[in-house]
Design a protein around this ligand. Structure first.
Ligand code: SF4
Ligand code: FE
Length: 484
């Protein structure tokens, strides 16, 4: 099958029998539910853009497995050039959706699993790499979306998986059968799982031998029996369910949702298993996936940042304040911070190297520096956007007030800014800023910048490990003339 169109993608999700709960109710379809639909639209954009000639070079590529044209979101990176294009594609997608477009977790999981399974097979003569290649060929051939699932609920953070009061707080194998395994547990914060065809599960931390039942990686369709998704609430989410509230939503077409995904004794056939008890490889898989996803943030968050900076600049224009030097300077600062993130995303890609399996890894130190900056700069960009927007961003009336026969005209009269700008355009921009800084998209732009792809301390541990402090000491000794 060739690349799917956006519409074909939507229809393929419509056919799936997923078990999804939103606001305490089981939903009929991820396609029609108003809370879920904007999230589906963001993933759909990864298909729509791939059909457009101007984006073909970034959005599509040639499969290293089949030689056929595929969407870059299911590609195994073959060079540093591929790694750079990945970041550019993510920036583009952020610019076009102003939200999380979700398909990257699968792409990052593919690349980490491909190289890790190769190394496990080399040591243990297992079949994981072959299983994984077969799975990825199927994904590429059918142009599927795959959710990469890593984060377990983790219970008491001071205890190892097998030492938890409830042994299911990390996902584990509960039964080994001749034809496969049965798994139980959950994965938290699953970005885009309701819009995915398949889920690729990985362990969440490095494991010791006693935790070998928890060292498991596999892929199954998301509508496999036993999988339940409970969608997280987001700030201002129910605005999406209101009539005549497009203005209030801020970004009516696009969004992203996360779900707590529960695996109630899910069967995984043998040919879909990519790790099963080789505990010492859990850490490698985690480190590689996290590294790729930390690179990703140097693209996606930058693209969303571009929209936020543009919105802040428009808010200043519409207020008539765009000549104020302090506002110009704030916009410069926002651009400086945003491009610094991009520079990190590009740098860790340009410094990438080939793995033993042949696909390309980013430079881990620089990818962790990238994500560490992402835990900070979007907060400062957000602060400056709110500063420029002014308080009206959070005190402005609703769309229904603007349409009310008694007060509508009065509200418009008193909320006008620059005379030449329609008052409702000014309101649209303020609501867009609200959406990205405090509303549903803030999950993807703000808090996910902190915790997505690992909380700040996780990067600091990696920076300590990769930073080569011993070498730096040697340099200082050499310059200072200190003998060992
Ligand atoms: Fe992609 Fe960014 Fe969303 Fe992660 S947070 S899935 S990198 S858009
Ligand atoms: Fe993320």
């Amino acid at each position: 099958m060739a690349l799917m169109t956006g519409e074909q993608y939507v229809e393929s999700i419509r056919k799936m029998k997923m078990n999804i709960y939103v606001l305490g109710e089981k939903v009929e379809s991820a396609v029609t539910n108003p809370i879920l639909r904007p999230s589906l639209n963001s993933v759909k954009a990864t298909y729509d853009l791939a059909q457009m000639p101007e984006y073909e070079d970034l959005m599509t590529t040639t499969s290293s497995l089949t030689g056929k044209k595929i969407n870059r979101f299911s590609h195994l990176h073959q060079s540093t050039g591929d790694l750079i294009k990945k970041v550019k594609m993510q920036r583009l997608m952020g610019q076009k959706t102003a939200s999380c477009f979700q398909r990257c977790v699968g792409m990052d999981a593919f690349n980490a699993t491909f190289s890790t399974t190769f190394e496990i097979d080399k040591q243990y003569n297992t079949d994981y790499h072959g299983n994984f290649k077969k799975f990825l060929e199927y994904v590429q051939e059918n142009d599927l979306v795959v959710d990469g699932a890593m984060t377990d609920p983790k219970g008491d953070r001071g205890l190892a998986p097998s030492k938890q009061a409830d042994p299911d707080l990390y996902l584990r194998v509960v039964e080994r059968r001749p034809d496969g395994i049965v798994v139980r547990g959950a994965k938290a914060h699953q970005t885009g799982i309701c819009n995915s065809h398949e889920v690729l599960v990985m362990p969440t931390i490095a494991m010791r031998p006693e935790d070998k039942d928890y060292a498991v990686a596999f892929a199954v369709p998301v509508d496999t029996e036993g999988i339940v998704m409970v969608v997280g609430r987001q700030s201002c989410d129910t605005r999406k369910m209101e009539k005549n509230a497009d203005l209030d939503v801020g970004n009516k077409n696009f969004g992203g949702v996360e779900a707590l995904t529960i695996f109630n004794d899910v069967f995984v056939p043998n040919d879909r298993i990519f790790l099963n008890g080789e505990a010492e490889y859990a850490g490698m898989l985690v480190e590689r996936f996290a590294g790729y996803h930390r690179q990703s943030y140097g693209g996606c968050k930058v693209g969303v940042g571009d929209v936020l900076i543009g919105a802040a600049a428009l808010a200043a224009d519409y207020n008539g304040a765009n000549k104020a030097s302090h506002l110009k300077d704030k916009l410069i600062e926002m651009m400086h911070l945003n491009e610094t993130l991009y520079a990190c995303g590009i740098a860790c890609s340009a410094e990438g190297t080939a793995t033993e399996a042949g696909n390309y890894m980013i430079d881990l130190l620089l990818a962790n520096v990238c994500k560490q900056n992402v835990t900070r700069f979007p907060y400062e960009i957000t602060r400056l956007a709110e500063d420029i927007a002014g308080g009206l961003m959070v005190t402005m009336p609703s769309q229904k007030d603007f349409e009310n026969p008694e007060v509508g005209d009065l509200v418009k009269k008193y909320l006008v800014g620059v005379e030449s700008v329609p008052v409702m355009d000014r309101m649209k921009i303020l609501r867009l800023i609200e959406n990205m800084t405090l509303g549903t998209a803030a999950v993807g732009y703000r808090t996910e910048s902190m915790h997505g792809a690992g909380s700040p301390q996780a990067q600091r541990i990696m920076i300590q490990r990769q930073g080569n402090l011993g070498y730096k000491k040697q340099l200082a000794k050499a310059i200072a003339g200190i003998e060992d």
